[in-house]
Design a protein around this ligand. Structure first.
Ligand SMILES: Cc1cc2nc3c(=O)[nH]c(=O)nc-3n(C[C@H](O)[C@H](O)[C@H](O)COP(=O)(O)OP(=O)(O)OC[C@H]3O[C@@H](n4cnc5c(N)ncnc54)[C@H](O)[C@@H]3O)c2cc1C
Length: 314
């Protein structure tokens, strides 16, 4: 299916396709499989349900690649509202945001200012902020941004993608810093000059990178190691089974890891992990800018298209 994956990833950044799909009358209904709704209230209702089932959550206000400082501040303000909602409703959740939604492409200083304000508010609420990883032209700037944030805040984490050749060095660097890392395979189309072209190599690298964090490192806690945590963000049952075994064999302390999955994907596996006693966090996206997120989900599993179309007629 790599050709279909590439086709959906190309469509995810195509303005004409976006216009067509967004205008399609049944699109909203279809996207509800992966998106909690268009409003914060709908997302909060979903997080409450997730929390009531005993699982944790992370809230994403959909949006990326903003082209003006005003747009970035509108997104920043929505993250303030997310934090208010987390506090008011006592949600077990934290926000997750994209650097290009915060203005990274316009000016890294603008993104730093916006995310610093959100992270300061999150610290007051007693939660953290996850800075996501986008496609490889933004990797250096995102890691530089994260390091600036980490120098000031301990309640901030980032994301590493196992598809990139560079990630082993980045992962080791973040481990040494005592960072919180979400490990993913990578959702973007990348050239073979920077990323493994074969899925089997991306999967193998995921295990190699996870090991860096999952190996227990003795009992001595220092200020640096205290915050270190790995979020295993994958729906890949083989990787989940491998991680469970690794954690058992190496006595990895519970506060050192958690599993994360996307809303609407492998809910069976989410419930199973929770029932087995593993920390399980569900990523809950919402907002009207759902198009690129939705297309990336189709790219990961093109069979979703047939499933969604058949559901429309039920
Ligand atoms: C919590 C979370 C946060 C993420 N944050 C980022 C990020 O910041 N940056 C980034 O680049 N990527 C991010 N991703 C996406 C990630 O990079 C992958 O694209 C995505 O998770 C699919 O890879 P996989 O590990 O599930 O493995 P795959 O090998 O793609 O899938 C394994 C199995 O999972 C199921 N599955 C996977 N995707 C779907 C789907 N769309 N629909 C239905 N079933 C599916 C199927 O059963 C499939 O066989 C995130 C993923 C998660 C879970």
């Amino acid at each position: 299916m790599p050709l279909l994956r590439d086709a959906f990833l190309a469509l995810s950044t195509n303005p004409a396709a976006r216009k067509f799909v967004v205008a399609f009358p049944l699109s909203r209904k279809v996207t509800r499989r992966f998106v909690a709704g268009e409003t914060l209230d709908e997302a909060v209702a979903t997080v409450k349900r997730v929390n009531a089932q005993g699982m944790l959550a992370t809230l994403d206000f959909l949006g990326e690649a903003v082209t003006s400082a005003e747009e970035s501040r509108v997104a920043r303000d929505e993250y303030f509202r997310i934090l208010d909602a987390i506090e008011k409703n006592q949600l077990n959740a934290y926000p997750s945001l994209k650097p290009t939604q915060m203005g990274l492409v316009i000016d890294p200083a603008l993104a730093l200012e916006n995310i610093s304000a959100i992270t300061a508010r999150a610290r007051a609420v007693g939660t953290l902020v996850r800075v996501e990883m986008e496609d490889s032209p933004h990797t250096d700037a995102t890691l530089a941004l994260f390091k600036r944030l980490r120098a000031e805040f301990s309640n901030v984490g980032t994301v590493i993608q196992s598809c990139l050749y560079r990630s082993e060095a980045d992962m080791q660097d973040l481990y040494n810093m005592g960072a919180m890392v979400r490990l993913v395979k990578g959702a973007y189309k990348e050239p073979p000059t920077v990323a493994f072209p074969e899925k089997k190599d991306v999967d193998a690298n995921y295990l190699k990178l996870a090991e860096i964090f999952l190996r227990a490192n003795g009992n001595q806690e220092t200020e640096t190691t205290r915050m270190r945590q790995l979020a295993l963000a994958t729906h890949d049952k083989k990787i989940v089974d491998w991680a469970k075994q690794f954690i058992r064999e190496h006595n990895t302390p519970r506060e050192r890891y958690e599993f994360q999955m996307l809303y609407g994907i492998r809910s069976d596996l989410q419930s199973q992990l929770h029932a087995e006693g593993y920390p399980m966090r569900v990523y809950v996206p919402y907002g009207s800018h759902w198009y690129p997120y939705f297309m990336r989900r189709l790219a990961e599993r093109p069979a979703n298209v047939f499933f969604l179309i058949s559901n429309l007629f039920k």
